[in-house]
Design a protein. Structure first.
Length: 330
C-alpha cells in the first residue's frame, strides 16, 4: 500500500477502530466523535467525510489525514518517513474496506484572480522557504505543524514559485514569500479571506486567548513559549481588516475566555494601534479583560522582527508573559 492508497481509506473506520465513538452529525459531511486519544465528556473529534480528514480540537495539531491519525494515536511524528512506513503497514488491515473519493482531489487548484495553488505539501523542501525559516530563527518542524509549502502559478507571468500557505477557517490560504533583495514580504490570500483559530480544549475554563496579526508572529510566540496548552486559545487575524471577525469570534466564547492578549503591529500608519483599541472596545462590552503585549517588541514592527533582531533580554521578557496595559471592563 502506498500513501495515496492509504489516504482513500475512510477515516471514520480507522478512528472507530482506534476507539472513537460517534456522537452526532452536524453537517451533511461532518460528524463529531468522542476522541480516540482520551476519555472525554464533550465530543471534540471532528471528521470531514468530504476531504477524508480529521481535526481533534482537544489538541493543537493541524487537520490530518488517515496516516496522520494513525501516527498521532501511536505518539509518532507526522511526516517522518519511518512513521509513515509503520502507518502504511498497519493500515493494510483496512485494505478490504471500500475506498472513499476525496473531495479535495477533485478540485485540483484553489483560485484567485491572479494566482493558483497548484500543490500543497506538508514538508518544506524549497530552498527559498528553508532560508526564510532560518532567517526568522524558527524550527522547521514547528513551521511544518501549521504551515504548508505551496506551489503557486502566476497567471500573468506564467511562472510558478514556492511560498508559505497558512490555512484560514474558511479553507482559504494566506500566502507569504520573502524577497531578500527588497527586504520585504509579498502577501496575498488565495480563496476566501478569514481568520485562523486554534481553540482551547472544549472543557477548559479561565482560558487565555492570544491574538496575532500574522502567522509568523504566532509561530514565533510558540517557539519562545512552547506549544499551546489546553487552556490557551490562539487566533491569527490575517490582517487588520479582519479585526471585527476576531471580535465576533472571541465574544461568542466569552464564557470560556477570561482574558485576551494582543500582539498588534507597530506601523507608521497607526493601523495596529487603531486595531488594538477597536478590539478592546468590542471585548470591554462583554466583560473580557484585554491586554497589549506590544511592549515586548518596542522598536520593531512586530514580534517576529524583534526575534530576528535577537534583541538583548527579549527571551526573558517573553517568559514574563505580562501585558503592558490591561483594559478592564468599566
Amino acid at each position: 500500500m502506498n500513501v495515496d492508497q492509504a489516504k482513500t481509506i475512510p477515516i471514520s473506520d480507522v478512528a472507530e477502530r482506534l476507539g472513537a465513538k460517534l456522537h452526532k452529525r452536524i453537517k451533511p459531511h461532518i460528524t463529531v466523535w468522542f476522541s480516540p486519544f482520551r476519555n472525554e465528556k464533550t465530543a471534540s473529534f471532528h471528521i470531514d467525510e468530504r476531504t477524508n480528514s480529521f481535526k481533534d480540537w482537544g489538541h493543537h495539531l493541524p487537520k490530518g489525514d488517515v496516516i496522520d491519525l494513525w501516527v498521532d494515536f501511536h505518539g509518532l511524528k507526522r511526516n517522518d518517513p519511518e512513521s509513515t512506513k509503520q502507518a502504511l503497514k498497519a493500515l493494510e488491515a483496512f485494505d478490504t474496506i471500500p475506498r472513499t473519493t476525496i473531495y479535495k482531489e477533485a478540485k485540483a487548484m484553489t483560485y484567485s484572480d491572479h494566482y493558483q495553488i497548484k500543490k500543497l505539501s506538508d514538508r518544506v523542501t524549497a530552498a527559498n522557504l528553508k532560508e526564510e525559516i532560518d532567517r526568522r530563527r524558527l524550527p522547521k518542524g514547528l513551521v511544518e505543524r501549521y504551515v504548508k509549502q505551496s506551489s503557486i502559478y502566476d497567471n500573468e507571468t506564467k511562472k510558478t514559485f514556492y511560498a508559505f500557505a497558512f490555512e484560514n477557517d474558511k479553507e482559504g490560504h494566506e500566502i507569504n514569500i520573502y524577497n531578500p533583495r527588497l527586504h520585504k514580504s509579498f502577501k496575498t490570500c488565495i480563496g476566501p479571506k478569514a481568520i485562523s483559530t486554534f481553540p482551547a480544549h472544549p472543557e477548559a475554563t479561565d482560558v487565555t486567548a492570544f491574538v496575532f496579526t500574522g502567522f509568523f508572529d504566532f509561530l514565533t510566540w510558540l517557539n519562545l513559549k512552547g506549544l499551546p496548552k489546553p487552556n490557551e486559545e490562539y487566533i491569527v487575524s490575517n490582517g487588520d481588516s479582519m479585526i471585527s471577525s476576531v471580535g465576533e469570534y472571541l465574544t461568542s466564547k466569552n464564557v470560556q475566555i477570561a482574558r485576551v492578549l494582543s500582539f498588534t503591529d507597530h506601523d507608521v500608519s497607526g493601523s495596529g494601534e487603531r486595531t488594538m483599541h477597536a478590539l478592546a472596545s468590542i471585548l470591554e462590552a462583554e466583560g473580557v479583560h484585554f491586554g497589549s503585549m506590544d511592549h515586548l517588541y518596542d522598536g520593531h514592527k512586530d514580534l517576529s522582527a524583534a526575534h530576528i533582531g535577537n534583541t538583548s533580554g527579549l527571551q526573558s521578557a517573553y517568559r514574563a508573559n505580562s501585558p503592558r496595559q490591561t483594559l478592564r471592563p468599566r
